[in-house]
Design a protein around this ligand. Structure first.
Ligand code: UDX
Length: 436
């Protein structure tokens, strides 16, 4: 099949590359000329395990192309997947401007019957509007249908999540659209759940918000564990054996970040409000997450008379390991606060440091300063305090003894519970974590 993918962010690029890997002929469209050149040369614009290798393989096989010329890419495609961003607006609703721009370009370019598939996460009812919008602006006498096909990939394991997805959700309003989508996904050999468009749109939000809720619930229970003297990791272990609960997403910490959970919880809350309904469970998840992000900072503030002039090691900046993405990362909130309070930060992250530097350039910043190091132990050297914000393996590998050895004051605030409390204590480290 001839597939065009609009947008080469996490959703679009990974989908395009995986469709090519499955044997389809794919064109990826993006407005950014420099990005297109980069991708043509086989370089991935995002850090994602296995992606660049698959790009190079499929570029070489002639199944994968990139262009800024959307007209030629949309003109005779069998299916066009929309994978552009739907960022959060100040009121929490999803910004559909990019979806609208692409829809209009499609309407003005297509010259044969085509299925338009919305992969971006969009509020329930958007697919109907996209279909109407395309019909309103359609130039040629062709049949265009719109289908929903939400994406469930997680950053850091995007290629694997796509090639081996637990299920493919397709939301269609006609047998023809269902047939085309089933044909596209046939080579993947994955379970397909076929529903109507609005249900497909809702499945995506219901999944993300449920997982966000699960994390906030565990963080809430963790905070209570601290008060009553229980250990959240033992509690989670005990819970995980109940197959109705499951073993995943039970890790308490300094809250969820990333491009999806924060945005999609707010978007669903907004959608419910539009319909006159208050989604109290999701609202609670958002509230717990907002306060959880700075819980360690608050704990450290209770312990320290000041952060001014203190050398603080910051281990981990990305919102989770295996990604260079900083969107809604808890590190951002904490570093803002620490710099405002005059701390001198020495930060380490194996892949997200360059992105972080763009927001917080090296040197004096606010009332403190920030420098970046390439090895975690360099950050610890002579540090008065250490914050752990991301559970990278490179950070896990630091032994408790090394904190004691390298730091001036072995005082560690771990937002990801990566160490055993007793082992840290035995090594002579003053150690604070979440829910233990
Ligand atoms: C998520 C969903 O998993 C994916 O299905 C959806 O398509 C997009 O959103 P992603 O944001 O890439 O993916 O990462 P994920 O691994 O789900 O983690 C999200 C956040 O939750 C991270 O900040 C992570 O640290 C946090 N988290 C996750 C916890 O705090 N505890 C957990 O147990 C799991």
């Amino acid at each position: 099949m001839r597939i065009t993918v609009a947008g080469t962010g996490y959703v679009g690029l990974v989908a395009g590359v995986c469709f090519a890997e499955a044997g389809h002929n794919v064109i990826c469209v993006d407005v950014d000329e420099a990005k297109v050149k980069l991708m043509e040369s086989g370089v991935s614009p995002i850090y994602e395990e296995g992606l660049q290798e698959l790009m190079q393989k499929n570029n070489a096989a002639g199944r994968l192309h990139y262009t800024t010329d959307y007209r030629s890419a949309y003109k005779d495609a069998d299916a066009i997947f929309i994978g552009v961003g739907t960022p959060e607006l100040p009121d929490g609703s999803a910004n559909l401007d990019y979806i609208a721009i692409v829809s209009r370009q499609i309407a003005e370019s297509v010259e044969k019957d085509c299925l338009v598939v919305v992969k971006s996460t969009v509020p329930v009812g958007t697919n109907d509007k996209v279909e109407q919008f395309i019909h309103d602006f359609l130039k040629k006498d062709v049949k265009i249908e719109v289908a929903s096909n939400p994406e469930f990939l997680a950053q850091g394991s995007a290629v694997h999540d796509t090639m081996h997805a637990a299920r493919i959700i397709i939301g269609t309003e006609s047998e023809h659209a269902e047939k085309v989508l089933k044909e596209i996904y046939e080579p993947f050999g994955l379970p397909i759940v076929s529903v109507n468009r609005r249900s497909a749109e809702m499945i995506k939000y219901a999944c993300n918000d449920f997982l966000a809720l699960k994390i906030s619930y565990m963080n809430d229970i963790a905070n209570l564990c601290e008060l009553v003297g229980a250990d959240i990791q033992d509690v989670a272990k005990g819970m995980s054996y109940d197959t109705r609960i499951g073993a995943n997403f039970l890790n308490a910490g300094i809250g969820y970040g990333g491009s999806c959970f924060p945005k999609d919880t707010k978007a669903l809350k907004f959608l419910a409000k539009q319909y006159g309904y208050q989604l109290r469970t999701v609202e609670a998840a958002v509230d717990v997450n907002a306060s959880q992000k700075t819980r360690l900072f608050k704990k450290a503030s209770e312990r320290m008379i000041t952060f001014r002039g203190l050398k603080i090691a910051v281990l981990g900046l990305a919102f989770k390991p295996k990604t260079d993405d900083l969107r809604e990362a808890p590190s951002l909130d904490n570093i803002e606060l620490l710099l405002e309070q005059g701390a001198d930060l020495v930060a380490y992250d194996p892949v997200a440091a360059d992105n972080f530097k763009r927001r917080f350039p090296e040197g004096a910043c606010k009332n403190g300063s920030i420098t970046y190091v390439k090895e975690p132990k360099k950050a610890l050297k002579e540090a008065d305090l250490c914050f752990i914000f991301t559970e990278w393996n490179e950070i896990r590998e630091i032994s408790p003894r090394e904190y004691k050895e390298h730091m001036r004051i072995p005082l560690v605030y771990d937002g990801r519970n990566i160490y055993d409390v007793r082992e840290m204590k035995d090594a002579g480290v003053e150690y604070y974590s979440i829910g233990r």
